[in-house]
Design a protein around this ligand. Structure first.
Ligand SMILES: Cc1cc2nc3c(=O)[nH]c(=O)nc-3n(C[C@H](O)[C@H](O)[C@H](O)COP(=O)(O)O)c2cc1C
Length: 185
């Protein structure tokens, strides 16, 4: 939900942000469904597009799926701090989230989601014989590994930096452990 009201309060803005995150999970056309996740890599920074799978507002927690052999999984193990960046031209909203990342490859959180994913065409993303990024001698053939490498990246949102671009002016706000405040855009 976007609103034209310039008198919107900070709690209303924060609630609207979480509404959009929840909407993005279920709407393949929503631009916020595919944010960019940035992590620290051994040689600097790394970033890639991911699909937002769940948005749990009470815990300020987001979920993304991954092949557990992917580079990002090793990067998260070495440094759990990351950034998740969303942009929607329809909303005119950029959202930059400072996040703490963790990867689960077993347990109920993983098995319950894999039980659903494995029935879909998307399951092939987690069953390739070679890890993501492995060099190939030729154009790949579709092959299936003897097991799956499905994992869940848990994303704790530590702070939200929201920027709204509007013809009538920009607005920016931050939401974190220190509270909510307006910022100069
Ligand atoms: C639209 C789009 C959505 C993607 N979603 C995911 C995803 O949800 N999880 C994932 O691990 N990779 C996803 N990828 C692939 C990643 O961007 C990346 O290429 C891959 O995960 C390897 O990244 P890494 O080597 O940094 O781990 C997606 C790519 C695109 C273009």
């Amino acid at each position: 939900m976007n609103t034209d009201s310039r008198s919107q309060t900070l709690p209303q803005v924060e609630a609207a942000i979480w509404d959009e995150l929840a909407r993005a999970v279920g709407d393949k056309a929503h631009a916020w469904r595919t944010p960019v996740l940035a992590t620290a890599a051994p040689d600097g920074a790394d970033a890639r597009t991911v699909v937002l799978r769940e948005a749990l507002q009470p815990e300020a927690r987001l979920l993304v799926y991954t092949d557990t052999r992917a580079a990002k999984v090793h990067e998260i193990a070495a440094c759990p701090a990351g950034m998740l960046v969303f942009w929607s031209s329809a909303l005119g909203w950029q959202l930059r989230c400072k996040v703490t990342l963790s990867v689960e490859d077993s347990g109920l959180e993983v098995s319950s989601r894999w039980a659903r994913v494995k029935l879909t065409p998307g399951a092939q993303d987690y069953v390739s014989p070679l890890p993501p990024g492995a060099p190939l001698a030729a154009v790949p053939e579709v092959q299936r590994a003897s097991r799956e490498y499905f994992g869940v990246i848990g994303i704790r949102v530590d702070s939200l930096d929201w920027l709204e671009l509007r013809p009538q002016g920009q607005r920016r706000a931050r939401f974190d452990a220190e509270g909510a405040r307006w910022l100069q855009p």
